[in-house]
Design a protein around this ligand. Structure first.
Ligand SMILES: Cc1cc2nc3c(=O)[nH]c(=O)nc-3n(C[C@H](O)[C@H](O)[C@H](O)COP(=O)(O)OP(=O)(O)OC[C@H]3O[C@@H](n4cnc5c(N)ncnc54)[C@H](O)[C@@H]3O)c2cc1C
Length: 301
């Protein structure tokens, strides 16, 4: 379903992110999580893409499998880095044929496996250029929806590490929206004040598309470290660190603290009219299901 119809139908969207599994064991864990999470009837689910095309087929296969075998509506991520225009067009054409309605358009970071790659060879340097290209593609290629793909872009409540100038960063975000993005999904954050301030700065910059908040519960000490590595710049507030430090450090206690913190974040976001919440699930279902239950979230019709 085109994202504009999803937002029209859901006053608050709830969505989940998955990544394509790279082994049979990982696939088993993911498909079990999918079975459990589909009962929550998310507004949509998104599937990550390995920058440089490292998960090109895996992302495509998971997206098509979700589309054909579950009631969930998949939104594939797509990154600019390492791709020619023909490659991007081939990927878009396959998604259009599969009836995929929406795409998350990203710049992507140069993967460690491509240290010598010359970005001047890429068709697109920034996500705004990819958004403009998808818009043009929508006008010139067949798609089951006459509007073509709905387009999401990334936003960074705590700022993107690549642009220390936070004023310019809002200009770049606005450029993505002006190029045709329908909605923004944020990087994960742990302090809602960062999100509210980001939302206000978007309004001041004239960015008026829906902004969906990215939430990831801390699931372990190791997970917390890799999370901080992945979402460069994400800050762990002192009260969360204190709560984790109060635990004996065993996985179950840390996980409970993480789920409690994320649940409180979600409750506060809902009280403050968030347009949607996107759960970074790490391909597991338990934390998201516990948060839903505690919040008493009513499932969408
Ligand atoms: C919701 C979400 C999902 C993600 N999913 C994936 C994924 O599936 N795969 C993956 O590899 N990565 C993913 N990422 C990470 C993302 O690819 C990186 O954070 C990347 O560095 C930036 O992507 P972007 O789309 O924000 O890029 P852009 O919007 O292109 O911005 C990249 C940097 O360039 C700056 N910039 C933008 N335009 C200009 C300009 N005209 N001149 C100068 N500077 C400019 C921006 O401020 C920013 O610092 C995701 C991030 C988020 C928040």
């Amino acid at each position: 379903m085109h994202i504009r119809d999803i937002f029209a139908r859901h006053p608050t969207t709830f969505s989940f992110e998955f990544f394509p599994p790279k082994s049979a064991d990982a696939a088993e864990v993911l498909y079990q999580a999918i079975l459990e999470l589909q009962t929550l009837r998310p507004s949509y689910v998104s599937v990550t893409y390995g920058a440089g095309g490292s998960t090109r087929e895996l992302t495509h296969d998971l997206v098509v499998r979700l589309k054909e075998q579950t009631p969930m509506d998949p939104v594939p991520h797509l990154t600019c880095v390492g791709h020619t225009q023909d490659e991007i067009n081939a990927i878009l054409t396959r998604y259009a044929l599969a009836g995929v309605s929406n795409i998350l358009a990203l710049g992507g970071d140069l993967p460690r496996s491509m240290p010598d790659h010359d970005r001047a060879k890429d068709a697109f340097r920034y996500a705004a250029q990819l958004v403009a290209h998808i818009k043009a593609f929508n006008n010139s290629h067949a798609h089951p929806d006459k509007r073509g793909f709905g387009i999401c872009v990334a936003g960074y409540p705590e700022g993107h590490p690549g642009t220390p100038n936070r004023v310019r960063e809002m200009d770049y975000l606005k450029a993505k929206v002006d190029a045709g993005a329908d909605w923004i999904c944020t990087q994960l954050f742990f302090d809602n004040r960062d999100f509210y301030d980001f939302r206000d700065r978007c309004t001041l910059a004239g960015i008026n598309v829906p902004i969906v908040a990215g939430i990831m519960p801390v699931s372990s000490i190791k997970g917390m470290l890799s999370m901080a590595d992945m979402a460069l710049g994400a800050r762990l507030p002192a009260p969360l660190l204190r709560a984790i430090n109060r635990t004996p450090g065993d996985p179950d206690s840390v996980r409970r603290v993480g789920v409690h913190w994320a649940t409180e974040q979600c409750r506060d976001l809902l009280d403050n009219n968030v347009r949607g919440i996107h759960f970074y699930t790490l391909n597991k279902s338990t934390a998201t299901r516990e948060i839903y239950t505690t919040l008493g979230v009513r499932l969408a019709d």
